[in-house]
Ligand binder design. Sequence first.
Ligand code: HAM
Length: 429
Amino acid sequence: MREVQPVIKGVRGAPDILPAEVGRWRQIEVGARRVLENYGYQEIRTPMFERTELFVRGIGEGTDIVDKQMYTFEDRGHESLTLRPEGTAPVVRAYLEHGLVTKGSLCKVYYIGPMFRHERPQAGRFRQFHQIGAEALGVEDAALDAEVLDLLSHLFDTLEVAGWQLHLNSIGCETCRPVFRERFALSMLGKKAGLCPDCLVRLERNPLRILDCKVEGCRALAAQAPTPLESLCGECEAHFRKLQGLLQLLKIDYSINQHLVRGLDYYTRTTFEFVNPALGAQNAFAGGGRYDLLVTEMGGPPTPGIGFAIGMERLLLSLPPERPGEAWAGVFAVTMGEEAFHLGLRLVQELRRQGLRAALDMERRSVKSQMRLAHKERYRHALILGDDELRAGMATVKDMAHGGQEQVPLPEVVERLTRGEDQAQQKEA
Ligand code: HAM
């Protein structure tokens, strides 16, 4: 179709996902659901918007998300609401609100859906983007961290993501994280002259967020500052050592990235990112970590947790080229004349009710064009209904994938096609 500029265009950074692209999205959704459910996760669906306070408390003031990127609005009841920029805080809220906390010690949930952040759109960075995320609440053992990383590496292998790398770090707990923060802040205080204006504010409010700065000068200075691993307490060090031992046991390759503190404040201990170097500046296509203090921060009982989110747009950019189109399936009724068209309508209705993909040409093109269309759209069978066929009480069934055709009495057509499709599908499988 000719492109026409609509009077009102879509919002920048909130792209449409067109029919030709949806197949790939579904492919990763189906793959992810299967893997997540095999690892014991159940789906949860939380609303697209929440009270603003949930994200301010959960993600933390001074983070880029809370300070600059939230889509916050007042509704008609004068309540401040925010389109969800991420899924962890909403899951923890739902977990507490619905007493999932009392329904067994380990709660594993996953979600798939859009998130909203007012960022500057560029390749791999959008204002509406999609995440596949998961949260496991109730277990502190590093074995759970290893299982989460195993799940992700398994999923990325299944989807054939080429060249992924796992970056790993530990940023400590409520005992040793403040020590690190202090050391880091002190070191940055000494380098104050080289920091950008934003980082000077960060230094006052939330010094670790200097690590999120994109300005080259600030990055270089932050790279010289103390790292969290140097400040870990005995327990955090043991936790991190155990995790690394288990990753070796499970044969999951990783590298330690001491600067990985992540852009949200709720993390404790393990933090990680899956990176595809081919993606350029926005190369992290998944990230996550432990958040052992978030549930208490939200008013719940002490409950450790760990989770991750995969950025679907970036994951899609990391997948191998699409495989050849779908398998041949379904029935296209090719009709000639009014009587045949009406018979086609009834047969197509019946075939659809039997659960088959079925179509007929509403634009009444020539037989040749109808056959071409059936071929183009990869219908497995053409059901040809012409004057000759009708007179004889027969239809012609043509196998579009392999050639060959047969005459079938009209009363047997539906049964024959339903059987034929079953057999074709079994053969494809
Ligand atoms: P995050 O690192 O902010 O973590 O986001 C996870 C992933 O979402 C990123 O690695 C990236 O692939 C994708 N992403 C983030 N922002 C954008 C954007 N503007 N455009 C496109 N993709 C984007 C979280 O959201 C945490 N809730 C993850 C988590 C779950 N941690 C524990 N549990």
